[in-house]
Design a protein around this ligand. Structure first.
Ligand SMILES: [Zn+2]
Length: 332
């Protein structure tokens, strides 16, 4: 089931209360989306699938047009999430790193509802974030308030992740107070995830001194300032050791973004496939057609990728938590 903005809040709360985190996979192709759902189904876990601008404009989705890309992305997830196979997996679609001048027009359009080409079917993401770590505090607050106002004008709820300085050491708690308080004052009830800097770094390089203490103090500060329990979204998790990830979750992280390592596993598996299948991929070889078909490489990538996604889900304590989420949603 693909969750809406209000259902997403209930799942974040269930994660915070239950001491687990959702894996949020930055998926770059329809095959990756299928693989993530397959792993979540096998682990009986809720899961998030997220897209950055480069995926929305990429060949598999928008082919240059991010609005088309987001609609196509949403339709892909919605179709799979409504299927018998994945119907019991709570799935959230989140807009991840989107920056530049098209950010707000794109996110605002997605809040108003994206035309899908299917009569009557207009879709919006489950949750949104703005890539605002390079913004000034005022710009950051204004961007989120603007999204909150658009949602209010449309008469729809919006569930936002606010971020600040995610690659820049540990964010000062006073900054958290000003940013979260600044949005809450003008568009109350919209922020349900807080992504401060907690010493992690994006990419596969060395980590910058992750602090689970920072996670805990930010989770407490965000909840106090916003007046509701709010969990932490963790960026730059790819290079973190398993013990650090577990400490992050037990300190209040409810969403763990996963991009660089996921991409590395998938690209290495594809590379391995093409190298191993060089002879079969030569036209004239008896297995050429089978080896050359998209499912040839995708099946190989899935065989390498699925165990790693499942492992990550287990590490975050999310295995077996789909039922708790469905209960929180009043579905069972
Ligand atoms: Zn990130």
């Amino acid at each position: 089931m693909l969750l809406d903005a209000l259902q997403s809040r209930a799942v974040f709360r269930a994660a915070l209360d239950g001491g687990f985190a959702l894996l949020a996979v930055n998926a770059d192709s329809p095959a990756a989306i299928t693989d993530v759902l397959e792993a979540a189904r096998a682990e009986d876990a809720p899961v998030m699938i997220e897209a950055s601008l480069w995926q929305l404009t990429g060949h598999s989705f928008g082919a240059g047009d991010p609005l088309l890309g987001m609609a196509r992305y949403l339709v892909q997830i919605a179709l799979l999430a409504a299927s018998e196979r994945y119907g019991r997996v709570p799935v959230l679609f989140h807009t991840d790193h989107i920056r530049g001048p098209q950010t707000l027009p794109l996110l605002e359009a997605s809040l108003r509802g994206l035309a899908t080409g299917i009569p009557g079917a207009v879709m919006s993401p489950s949750t949104l974030s703005v890539d605002s770590s390079a913004f000034t505090e005022t710009e950051n607050i204004e961007a989120l308030v603007r999204l909150g106002c658009v949602a209010r004008d449309c008469g729809r709820p919006v569930t936002l992740e606010m971020e600040a300085g995610v690659d820049d050491g540990v964010t000062d708690l006073a900054v958290a107070e000003r940013l979260l308080g600044g949005v809450e004052e003008r568009t109350p009830g919209t922020i349900h995830l807080w992504a401060p800097g907690v010493g992690t770094r994006h990419g596969l390089g060395e980590q910058g001194g992750f602090s689970s203490e920072a996670v805990r103090s930010h989770q407490q500060t965000a909840s106090r300032v916003l007046g509701r329990p709010v969990g932490i979204a963790l960026h730059g998790s790819s290079g973190l050791e398993p013990e650090a990830l577990k400490a992050a979750v037990s300190s209040g992280v409810v969403k763990v973004n996963w991009s660089s390592e996921s991409l590395r596993i998938r690209s290495q598996a594809a590379q391995e496939y093409y190298l191993e299948q060089q002879a079969a991929l030569t036209p004239g070889h008896p297995q050429w057609k089978t080896a050359a078909m998209d499912q040839g490489v995708q099946a190989h990538v899935a065989s390498r990728y699925l165990p790693r996604v499942a492992e990550r889900i287990r590490l975050l304590g999310a295995s077996g938590q789909a039922g708790r989420c469905r209960s929180a949603l009043g579905l069972e």
